[in-house]
Design a protein around this ligand. Structure first.
Ligand code: MTE
Ligand code: MO
Length: 351
């Protein structure tokens, strides 16, 4: 007879850990591109999955602990221990961040570290599963007990998440935060909000005299404009830049609405994306209808954009995360297809 040392059969505990990891990593990756208020649930699911994972990991580690003290470690033991460290590290940094903790690691902070640990869990988990994967047996699911334990787990996960938020609200620990968890770093403060280039993209100041904005691709009349022309426009947009490293700043941006440029260039009827390319090669595309309402800004709260914030021209894309707000824009490329290469470009542009 198996001794029941956890509320669930061992195999179900393992499957619960696996399920929680998949949901936590999936929602974590999704959260990096979630920036509209309607996306709040992505962050909620991520938080709840984190707490559920913590409970399931506790059950699991209590069961397997004896193996660590066994005389002979195998490769499997080592992989399992690395995986445990990564998973606990990811949950730990995540929880610490929500309570307002931070660390300063040169370019990075605690949230970046959390993302890195979380992303590393995936591949190491696959290695672990190669040797440890077992299908659950039907018997594992039988009985009311299992359903009861899962209900309890859901209640504990949601409860812990709600409690964490209540504690933050009552204590003001992490300051004023958006639904993304980002902290307030500027309100209509002109250029006085953080300068971030998440991959050390840091070009020499752009010479406005030599610079030219070009609109190319799926257009009838490729269009070019110098800085004087571009900075004469005064379209305005009140928008919040929300960086995935955990801060946000709200500003009134001024510049040229992208829709104007598309009209000036006589955009093709079958155009579907508009890609914004920086002098550094960094680039990101928006669907054409969304792009029309985005702004290419020359000013922020009445101040000329500083070099660090993307002078002479930067994309302001409301509802998108900061990494999509391309700085130092020089080319607007209208496309008929998406641009998968942009994902590589935002990692490699600084090289
Ligand atoms: N060309 C370029 N644009 C970029 C980046 C970059 O590294 N290169 N970083 C992005 C990131 S991660 C963020 S959060 C915002 C930061 O804008 P800021 O420096 O004006 O605060 O710019 C985005 N635009
Ligand atoms: Mo960012």
């Amino acid at each position: 007879m198996a001794r029941i040392s956890t509320p669930l059969p061992p195999r179900l505990v393992d499957w619960t850990v696996l399920g929680a990891v998949v949901v936590a990593v999936g929602s974590g990756v999704t959260s990096l591109v979630a920036g509209r208020p309607g996306d709040w649930w992505v962050f909620a699911v991520h938080g709840v999955a984190g707490f559920v994972l913590l409970v399931a990991l506790f059950w699991k580690l209590r069961r397997v602990r004896p193996r660590v003290t066994e005389a002979s470690w195998t490769r499997t033991t080592v992989v399992s221990m690395v995986l445990t460290a990564l998973a606990l590290g990811a949950v730990g940094t995540g929880v610490a961040w929500t309570f307002g903790a931070n660390v300063d690691l040169a370019l990075w902070n605690l949230l970046n570290l959390h993302v890195l640990l979380g992303l590393l869990v995936g591949p190491v988990l696959l290695v672990h599963l190669r040797s440890r994967f077992r299908w659950p047996a039907r018997a594992d699911f039988e009985g009311r007990r299992t359903a009861l334990v899962y209900s309890g787990l859901a209640v504990v996960g949601v409860g812990a998440w709600a409690l964490q938020r209540a504690v933050n609200r009552l204590t003001g620990l992490a300051g004023e935060r958006r639904f993304t968890g980002s902290r307030d770093r500027g309100r209509f403060a002109g250029n006085a909000f953080p300068v971030t280039s998440w991959m050390a993209d840091d070009p020499d100041p752009v010479d406005a005299e030599a610079w030219e904005l070009r609109v190319v691709g799926a257009v009838a009349e490729p269009y070019a404009a110098d800085y004087g022309t571009v900075s004469d426009y005064d379209d305005r947009l009140d928008a919040t830049l929300d960086c995935t490293s955990g801060w946000y700043a709200r500003s009134e941006w001024a510049g040229v609405r992208v829709g104007r440029l598309l009209e000036a260039a006589d955009v093709a009827d079958d155009a579907r994306y508009v890609s914004f390319r920086s002098v550094t090669g960094y680039r990101w595309a928006l669907p054409v209808e969304e792009a029309r309402d985005a702004l290419l800004a020359t000013r922020v709260d009445g101040e000329r954009l500083s070099d660090g914030h993307g002078f002479p021209l930067r994309l302001v894309a409301p509802g998108r995360r900061g990494f999509q707000w391309v700085k130092w824009v020089e080319t607007v490329e209208v496309r008929r297809d998406p641009d998968p290469g942009q994902l590589a470009a935002i990692f490699l542009s600084w090289l």
